[in-house]
Design a protein around this ligand. Sequence first.
Ligand code: FE2
Length: 196
Amino acid sequence: MPQFHTPPISPMAISFDAEALTLSPEGPTLTRRMSDLEGLFLDADAWAAASAGENPVVYTVVSSPVPEVDRELPQSITTIMPGDTSGELWMTKGHQHPNHQGEIYLALKGRGGLLMFDGERTEWLDMLPGTIGYIPPGWAHRSVNTGDEPYAFLAVYPGGAGHDYGWVLEHGMGARAYRASEGVDLRAYSATPSAG
Ligand SMILES: [Fe+2]
């Protein structure tokens, strides 16, 4: 299995294929199935049924070999499958950077959105191939597939920023994104009731 390189890292070319959605050379790949997304969808019963059933892959993250280490600049391609859970569009877990630092997402394929929340304000960016979404320091961020095919984007972020997924469970994301006949239906955030 491909691993991250260990600093000091030599200068290198990393080719990315925006069609095949691969990075070469490649680092580790992360796969998030429905069962990994506990507490995120509003309809907890529908989430539990999907997790206990087919437990589909919701998204994958392929990394370059550049590690998540302070001063390094890692890159990854995230691919979110199309789908919804009781109308709520499939999405990433979302996270805050404990060490507040900026990040860019470059949309590669499909249609998506970038939901950001700073604890008070909510922002939504439509993401189409060629769009760079800028995430300022201190804004939690989540990506959503709003289309009918996989939505993929390249992320470039400071290696020392860290990932706090619990922040989203505690504070929410300010809004939830639902499937609509055109575009996306953004609804005010409401907490997920506990399953059962
Ligand atoms: Fe991030």
